[in-house]
Ligand binder design. Structure first.
Ligand code: DX5
Ligand code: ZN
Length: 241
């Protein structure tokens, strides 16, 4: 990922959430979805504490690492931690091959320390905002962020409906990141997660997102390439490519 891109030169990233994949053959699912045109693998970690669900941890990340290859290169494993506390798991995910680690600020008592920990482990760092989490957490963190992740559902489950008020929030963060880039030259990605489908992805891009998580929209379908191609066609129509 190039963190110095100009706003006019942004690649759209499609990051399928393997939460909706067939866990009995996860390696193949990862390979198939990347071959079908996905860019990153979104890896949802839930602890039955911060969110009311229990999913996968570093062992599974390590197991899929050899399958997350695209055009002969490592594809990004985008780890979304929905756990509390956060710090204990960061080195484990870094060792397991995560490239980007995002966490919810409410789940860490020392946000700056957690961001440094992620970067010290050689990973990119992201901060995640629930639908009702205020954007104030960006005030003192931007210089340590590679990505801002806006939740467009309440975290915990795949297959929920997109919350429309997210679009305003995306636009607000976009404005703030654009201003930051003008001042510093550094590009921070803006990812949206939850209820993204072929029929709403263009709207989300238009509001200012460049990175799109989609779980049930892709893994729920027979042909992953058909869905991802349709998403790219919609993204091209958004006028933001
Ligand atoms: C929700 C997860 C999402 C979710 C996306 O807590 O963070 O990544 O799996 O799934 P869909 O696209 O089905 O809403
Ligand atoms: Zn997620």
């Amino acid at each position: 990922m190039d963190s110095q891109k100009s706003p006019l030169d942004i690649d759209f990233v499609i990051a399928p959430s393997i939460l909706s994949a067939d866990f009995a053959c996860l390696g193949k699912e990862v390979q198939d979805v990347l071959a079908a045109g996905a860019n990153w693998i979104h890896f949802d970690v839930m602890d039955n504490h911060y969110v009311p669900n229990l999913t996968i941890g570093p062992l599974v990340c390590e197991a899929i690492r050899p399958y997350a290859i695209k055009n002969g290169k490592l594809a990004m494993i985008d780890v979304h931690l929905m756990v509390e506390p956060v710090d204990r798991l960061v080195p484990d995910f870094a060792k397991a091959g995560a490239n980007l680690i995002s966490f919810h600020p409410e789940a860490s008592p020392h946000i700056n320390r957690t961001l440094h920990l992620i970067r010290d482990q050689g990973c990119q760092a992201g901060l995640v905002f629930n639908p009702a989490t205020p954007l104030d957490y960006l005030d003192h963190t931007l210089e340590l962020l590679d990505l801002v992740l806006l939740m467009s559902v309440n975290p915990g489950f795949g297959g929920q409906s997109f919350i429309p008020s997210t679009l305003d929030k995306v636009a607000q963060v976009r404005a703030r990141l654009d201003q930051y880039q003008l001042q510093t030259g550094r590009y921070i990605r803006l990812e949206v997660d939850g209820g993204i489908k072929v029929d709403n992805i263009a709207q989300v891009a238009k509001a200012g997102a460049d990175t799109f998580v989609a779980g049930s929209a892709i893994f729920g379908k027979e042909n992953y390439a058909t869905v991802i191609d349709a998403m790219r066609t919609e993204l091209a129509k958004s006028g933001k490519a």
